[in-house]
Design a protein around this ligand. Structure first.
Ligand code: ATP
Ligand code: MG
Length: 351
């Protein structure tokens, strides 16, 4: 069956290796296989405003940056429809109806939201729009009838919430929503790449990222300062691989051929890990190896970005055109929704 793919990225900064690790790699894979009818990528600016009401500049300037990052990472604008969330105001209308189908206690149970509230220090001053963004995200998803949502694992609770809302709506009114499925990488580290500081998630809002646009020197410096095992002080000390950011990144990005190319004394990651565990392998050597791998990924992305930066107008034009296309799809679904709820008063007029 041909699928409809939809994913979203918040314009709260440039894209980083965490995005590349999960969502972007999944999208590139889908794009290459070509087994889809529709392929939508939303730049979620109104969602970004839910925790950036006072940082509008950051959000609005990041929109085109995210588009450039996606295109430089390899998304083909002829295959993927990249659009801006606020260009489709019907999303707010759908959100309004969905709000009646979700309880406050259900929203408060969402584990991603709980974590994000803590990170943002929102415990005592929580913007209503932020707490309720999983409802608007359900509209983002259900308005465009996707079958597959590629994402990192922090999005699993959001997809679950969207499915619950779809089910409530379908049973309460009429079955107009398909059940979308999440596509989340099986590998834990790929689905949630840790930050350079060893924190559980690399995140724009936490400032612990390697960005796709960063130059070779900046990336190297970040890798050389990345969190490893604090008790691995001398080269001869045995080291821990678990919770060690550098090994986590190797788990996510290292391929067997990298050894032959950059570190021929080892045959596999298992061998490298075993040496680190028993002692005698220094952090610097492992970090330089990782740096080569990351550079291999980022070099073509940087080159493409340079080209795209000269065509910002064309990128905006593409985003606006796509916004119009998505609005047409949205109009139809909203009409279907009105019919399902029974608030299509045109019917009375025509009698
Ligand atoms: P913010 O901090 O503003 O929420 P973010 O860095 O979390 O930004 P999002 O735009 O929220 O980025 O996420 C976009 C996509 O990238 C989602 O599918 C999300 O699951 C995925 N993603 C984000 N961070 C990571 C990460 N560290 N590892 C794997 N996937 C990630
Ligand atoms: Mg996020």
């Amino acid at each position: 069956m041909a699928e409809t793919i939809l994913t979203g990225i918040r314009p709260t900064g440039n894209l980083h290796l965490g995005h590349y690790s999960s969502a972007i790699r999944l999208l590139l894979d889908i794009q290459e296989k070509g087994d889809y009818d529709n392929f939508y990528v939303m730049i979620a600016d109104t969602q970004a405003l839910t925790d950036n009401a006072k940082n509008v500049d950051k959000v609005k300037n990041s929109v085109v940056q995210v588009a450039i990052d996606l295109l430089s990472a390899g998304l083909d604008p002829k295959k993927a429809t990249i659009f801006i969330q606020s260009e489709v105001p019907e999303l707010f209308e759908m959100t309004g109806y969905f709000m009646n189908l979700v309880t406050l206690s259900r929203l408060k149970r969402n584990p991603t939201i709980k974590e994000e509230i803590k990170q943002r220090g929102y415990e005592t001053s929580l913007p209503v729009g932020f707490l309720t963004y999983p409802i608007s995200q359900a509209a983002d998803i259900l308005l465009f009838s996707p079958t597959i949502i590629p994402a990192g694992d922090d999005q699993a609770p959001m997809i679950e919430q969207a499915r619950e809302i779809a089910h409530s709506f379908n049973t309460q009114y009429a079955p107009i929503f398909k059940m979308p499925k999440g596509m989340i990488p099986e590998s834990k580290v790929v689905a949630r790449l840790p930050g350079l500081d060893g924190k559980l998630k690399m995140s724009k809002s936490l400032g612990n990222c390697i960005y796709l646009y960063e130059d070779e020197a900046a990336v190297k410096q970040k890798i050389m300062n990345a969190y490893t095992d604090p008790s691995h002080i001398k080269v001869s000390d045995p080291g821990k691989v678990e919770g060690n950011t550098v090994f986590a990144y190797l788990d996510a990005f290292c391929k067997p051929e990298h050894f032959e190319k950059y570190l021929p004394e080892y045959k596999s990651l298992d061998e490298l890990k075993a040496h680190y565990r028993r002692g005698g392998l220094g952090d610097v050597k492992v970090k330089l190896f990782l740096n080569n791998i990351i550079n291999e990924i980022l070099t073509p992305i940087r080159a493409k970005r340079k080209e795209l930066e000269n065509n910002i107008d064309d990128i905006y034009k593409m985003l606006f055109e796509n916004g119009k296309k998505m609005r047409k799809i949205a109009d139809k679904k909203i009409a279907e929704m009105h019919d399902a709820i029974g608030i299509n008063y045109q019917k009375f007029l025509n009698k």
